[in-house]
Design a protein around this ligand. Structure first.
Ligand SMILES: N[C@@H](CCC(=O)N[C@@H](CS)C(=O)NCC(=O)O)C(=O)O
Length: 214
């Protein structure tokens, strides 16, 4: 058996690494899917040496072809996007991919504020996130996507941001336990289409099914 070209190190859940796993599956690249134990990582006197990982954060992608070790999930997606021609056909399309990705990051950052808060605070934050944050961004994406035919966020072909958007929607649903796409049928349809791409579906069918879907 040949050694995989890529090694992707993350924790044993989907969160920031799953869009990368989807993209690597789509381009049919075998990758070493290394999953670090979160509880061990968190221990102050833990046995995990974090020094090999840039900034002491995960995910990290290693590319055996050129020795690159890369942190930051969106940077990794963009890098792979460029390598496999999944960044749009023009500079303008590449910029739209970046814009949607930054939007998803803004939504993610606000969702992450709910992490480990007491019940009352979580509920208040969740309500604000659902009633203000989501409509602010998703009304635009819904309308743009519809105008573009519904299949791809940008241009006439799949880009790295399609994988990111589909998976972030799973996260935005599973972590706060809400149907975040209730008012956005085009975005929901887009997510289903991405998850049904045969190479992506093959990964989804075999991946570990853990952490309540996030
Ligand atoms: N902006 C970074 C965030 C990376 C990040 O915060 N990763 C978390 C897990 S989701 C982590 O490594 N936490 C462990 C730590 O901070 O020690 C990215 O997109 O990759």
């Amino acid at each position: 058996m040949s050694t995989p070209k890529y090694k992707l190190t993350y924790f044993d859940y989907m969160w920031l690494a799953e869009p990368i796993r989807l993209l690597l599956s789509y381009v049919k690249e075998d990758f070493e899917d290394v999953r670090v134990d979160w509880d061990e990582w968190e221990k102050p006197d833990g046995k995990i040496d974090k020094s090999p990982y840039p900034y002491g954060k995960l995910p990290v992608l290693e590319d055996a072809e050129n020795g690159l070790k890369l942190g930051q999930s969106f940077t990794i997606l963009r890098y792979l996007g460029r390598k496999y021609n999944l960044v749009g056909a023009t500079d303008a399309e590449a910029a739209k991919c970046d814009e949607y990705a930054d939007v998803l990051k803004d939504i993610l950052k606000e969702m992450e504020l709910m992490w480990e808060k007491d019940e009352k605070t979580t509920l208040e934050m969740k309500t604000k996130w659902l009633e203000k944050t989501i409509p602010r961004y998703y009304s635009v994406i819904e309308s743009d996507l519809k105008k573009n035919g519904g299949k791809y966020l940008v241009g006439n072909g799949i880009t790295w941001v399609d994988f990111l958007c589909a998976q972030m929607n799973q996260l935005f649903t599973a972590y706060p336990k809400v149907d975040v796409l209730a008012n956005y049928p085009t975005i929901r349809e887009h997510q289903q289409q991405v998850f049904e791409i045969p190479e992506v579906k093959a990964w989804i069918d075999k991946r570990p099914d853990n952490y309540d879907g996030w």
